[in-house]
Design a protein around this ligand. Sequence first.
Ligand SMILES: NC(=O)c1ccc[n+]([C@@H]2O[C@H](COP(=O)([O-])OP(=O)(O)OC[C@H]3O[C@@H](n4cnc5c(N)ncnc54)[C@H](O)[C@@H]3O)[C@@H](O)[C@H]2O)c1
Ligand SMILES: [Zn+2]
Ligand SMILES: [Zn+2]
Length: 361
Amino acid sequence: MTDSVLGVIVREKGAPVEVTTILVPEPGPGEALVRVQACGVCHTDLHYKQGGIGDDFPYFLGHEAAGMVEAVGDDVTDVAPGDFVVLNWRAVCGQCRACRRGRPWYCFSTHNAKQKMTLTDGTPLIPALGIGAFAEKTLVASGQCTKVHPAARPEVAGLLGCGVMAGLGATLNTGQVGRGDSVAVIGCGGVGNAAVLGASLAGAARIIAVDVDDRKLEWARQFGATDVVNSRAADPVERIRELTGGFGADVVIEAVGRPETYQQAFYARDLAGIVVLVGVPTPDMRLDLPLLDVFGRGGALKSSWYGDCLPARDFPMLIDLHLGGRLPLDKFVSETISLGDVEKAFGKMERGEVLRSVVVF
Ligand SMILES: NC(=O)c1ccc[n+]([C@@H]2O[C@H](COP(=O)([O-])OP(=O)(O)OC[C@H]3O[C@@H](n4cnc5c(N)ncnc54)[C@H](O)[C@@H]3O)[C@@H](O)[C@H]2O)c1
Ligand SMILES: [Zn+2]
Ligand SMILES: [Zn+2]
C-alpha cells in the first residue's frame, strides 16, 4: 500500500521550501520503509535549495535522519521492522569497482538511487542524497539503514547520518589525525565542530578553530578547541603558524567550501601536511594556486566525502562512545523543530545562530 505523508520539498531554485503530501510506495526488493523520528537540517539541504547541487527540481529534502524500520522488501535480511536505524547515503554494495578494490568508502552504488517517491500528481521527486527524510516516512535501500543502539535519542543519532559523521571522519578517517598532532579547522558549523571533536577524540595536542563568527568559536571550545581565531579580526594563516611554532598545522580541515578558505588551509599547513576539503564548493568556484607551491609544499591534498565513513563500522561505534559519555553528540542539537520550520531553520543557519536544527516527529 502506498503511504501519503507530509514532507518538505523545494520546487525551484531559490524558492522557499514547502510542506506537501508525498506518496511513498511500499518497499520492494532490497528496500526498507522507515518511520522517520528525527532529521537534522544540513547545509547540503540549503545547497540543494539554492541550486548548488543540480537542477533536477523538485527536490525532496532532508537526509540526516534516524528512525524505526516499519516494513522491508521480501528479500531483505539485514534489517527488520522495529529496528532503530540511522539512515546513511553510502550503502556499501560489495560489488562495484571501489568495493572490490578494498576501498568501500568510495562506493556510490545507492547515491541518488531512490526515485520512487512522488507528489500526488505523480511528479517524481529527487530525494536529497538518495534519502529524503524531512517526512514522516521515507523509502530507502535497506543498506541505507544502519542499526545502532536504541538507547540513543533519535535527534542525536540522526546527526551521524551526514554532517557530524563528515566532520568526525574528516579528521579520524581522511586526515588520519594522530596523538600529539596539530590540527586546524576552518569553518566551525556542524561539520567543522564535529571535526574539532574528532581531533580531540584522536588525541590531537593543538586544535585551532577558525571561523568568522565568535559564537561558533565559543562552541568550538566546548568541543575541544585549544585555540580560536576569528578570521575577520586576524589573518588565520599567520595565527595558525604562530600557534604551531611557525610551522603550520599537521592537518588542516576546510569545512566551508570556498576557494579563499581552501587557500588558507593550503598555506596554514606544515610542510608535507595534509589538507582535507570537506566543505562542498559550487560549480562556479575556481582555485588558483602557484603550481610550484603545490609541488614545493608536498604532503597531501585530499577531499572527504562523508568522512570516508563506513556506516556499519562507524555509526554503532560512535553511538556506543556517545552512550558511554565520551562523545557529546547531543551538543550539536541547538534546537528541535517541527516540519513546518525548515525554512526558518535555513535562515538561522545562514545567520550562524545554530549548529543543528533538528526536525522531530
Ligand atoms: N563532504 C561531506 O561529506 C559533507 C557532508 C555534509 C556537509 N558538507 C559541507 O560542509 C560545509 C559546512 O556544512 P555545515 O553544515 O557545517 O554548515 P554551517 O553553515 O553550519 O557552517 C559553515 C561555517 O563556516 C563559517 N564560515 C563561513 N565563511 C567563512 C570564512 N570565510 N572563514 C571561516 N569560516 C567561515 C560559518 O560562520 C559557519 O560557522 C558545507 O559546504 C556543507 O555542504 C560536506
Ligand atoms: Zn560498492
Ligand atoms: Zn548533509
